[in-house]
Design a protein around this ligand. Structure first.
Ligand code: GDP
Ligand code: IMO
Ligand code: MG
Length: 429
């Protein structure tokens, strides 16, 4: 097997980090290939909790190489903090972490831009970004003229590039309320900061594209760690309430440089219910006590921003769409324990849009906002399943629930999770 992918099927936070940490020892290299510090991937290992933003979730296995590929946008201050945080806990990421010299850098002006545009309303609602400069950095990457890559940190032209860009940004963004923040950006200080980043990250940066291709040729196994979720994909998600990268399975090759011919296994990760952070339509959202109960039992608060996550029932229309889009072979169904104490559980099997029943996930956010979920009600199991370690030990109503989800999205279940810890996992593959 060459490359296995772990892809979020909802709006992020499906517990991709937990699964990647567990699958890492079956592989040689773990690769993050899109997104940036907007991601917050949690790995729980006994009493230790690790929250990773840039660094791949294979970092806890010292024998595995971890790669940050060209499609990731790196904020060096946060990356260095992450490295130092792990070092303080006895992990040595400098020994097994490689950063692509092609990856783009989130610069100080990107934070100013993110803050300014985050307030702006899109279709009556703001996107509610993570304020990590992600959108502005990807915008400059595509625009090309004001972008900064890791390799540029080592260039002779760095100083002039920074002063030109600061001047251009001030000019372009002078109409923003945050223009004052831009005025305070000092090219000299930014250059000094970049030189420090170069000194700290220099020994870690390399041509990861050729490295991965060489390793594949040599028979090594790769684990591709998706960030965000397929419904936040820039091209296929709930646009414009999405992130700025291809967060579904279709983004793996572009972001990593690993061509499709190597991808042999794609695992889709979904919670047994739904959550979303930030703005945008969410048909099965529960604004009542049930939603609050899911939030409290599932501790649904953002890993990166601490924001309460919006909670709702499982949406099989959305996940059927993303499972097909991302080319999923197996489903990893997480948080089964959180649904342990409900008399009945609802699953959205179709939408009603303008009086008609539809099974297809609509393209327009305005239409999705108007969709009313059509629910199927299943009996709850009312038994704590957090100690279940075998499929046969689940209560029959829990089996019925997972079978129904698998049937609705036409994907077999490969992994079940009943709690945050590594041990609270049942592998069927
Ligand atoms: P990611 O961004 O997809 O890696 O997910 P996050 O780490 O942002 O959020 C998932 C949260 O759920 C983390 O706090 C995990 O420790 C926790 N978690 C993972 N699996 C389970 C599970 O099966 N049950 C419960 N209750 N929590 C889980
Ligand atoms: P992980 O990898 C959940 C959401 C933000 C916002 C939208 C755009 O931990 O699953 P951005 O800062 O990317 O421009 O924000 O996307 N978002 C996430 N939601 N999990 C994430 O990552 C997310 N990364 C971004 O809340 O709605
Ligand atoms: Mg997360």
């Amino acid at each position: 097997m060459a490359a296995t992918c772990v892809i979020g099927l909802q709006w992020g936070d499906e517990a991709k980090g937990k699964l990647v940490d567990l699958l890492a020892p079956r592989n040689d290299i773990v690769v993050r290939y899109q997104g940036g510090a907007n991601a917050g991937h949690t790995v729980v290992c006994g009493s230790e909790v690790y929250k990773l933003h840039h660094i791949p979730s294979g970092i806890l296995s010292s024998q595995i190489t971890n790669v940050i590929a060209p499609g990731v946008v790196i904020e060096p201050n946060m990356l260095i903090k992450e490295i130092e945080g792990l070092e303080a806990r006895g992990i040595e990421p400098r020994k097994n972490l490689i950063i692509s010299e092609r990856a783009h850098v989130v610069m100080p002006w990107h934070f100013v831009e993110d803050k300014a545009t985050n307030r702006a309303v899109v279709a009556g609602e703001s996107i509610g970004t993570t304020n990590r400069g992600i959108g502005p950095c990807y915008r400059d990457k595509v625009g090309r003229t004001h972008a900064m890559r890791i390799t540029d940190l080592f260039s002779d032209q760095l100083k002039s590039k920074i002063s030109d860009t600061v001047a251009a940004k001030r000019h372009m963004l002078s109409h923003l309320a945050e223009a004052a923040d831009l005025e305070s950006l000092d090219a000299e200080k930014i250059h000094e900061q970049c030189s420090r980043w170069a000194a700290t990250l220099g020994s870690l940066s390399a041509d990861t594209t050729n490295f991965l291709l060489d390793e594949l040729d040599a028979g090594k196994r790769l684990l591709m760690e998706g960030a965000q979720g397929s419904l936040l994909d820039i091209d296929h998600g709930t646009y414009p309430f999405v992130t700025s990268s291809n967060a579904s399975g279709v983004g793996v090759s572009a972001g990593s440089g690993v061509p499709a011919k190597w991808i042999t296994n794609v695992i889709g990760v979904a919670k047994a219910y739904s959550t979303r952070v930030g703005g945008g339509p969410f048909p099965t959202e529960l604004l009542d006590e049930t939603g609050q109960r899911i939030r409290e039992i599932g501790r649904e608060y953002g890993t990166t921003t601490g924001r309460p996550r919006r909670c709702g029932w499982f949406d099989a229309v959305a996940v059927r769409y993303t499972a097909r889009l991302s080319g999923i072979h197996y489903l990893s169904l997480m948080m089964m324990d959180v649904l342990s104490h409900f008399d009945t559980i609802q699953v959205c099997v179709a939408y009603e849009l303008n009086g008609e029943r539809i099974n297809r996930f609509p393209c327009r956010a305005e239409d999705l906002r108007k969709c009313k979920p059509i629910y199927e009600t299943l009996p709850g199991w009312n038994v704590d399943v957090s100690n279940v370690r075998n499929l046969v030990d689940f209560p029959s109503n829990a089996r019925r629930y997972m079978d129904r989800i698998s049937e609705l999205i036409s994907v077999p279940i490969g992994v079940l999770s009943v709690g945050p810890d590594r041990e609270q996992t049942i592998f069927l593959i």
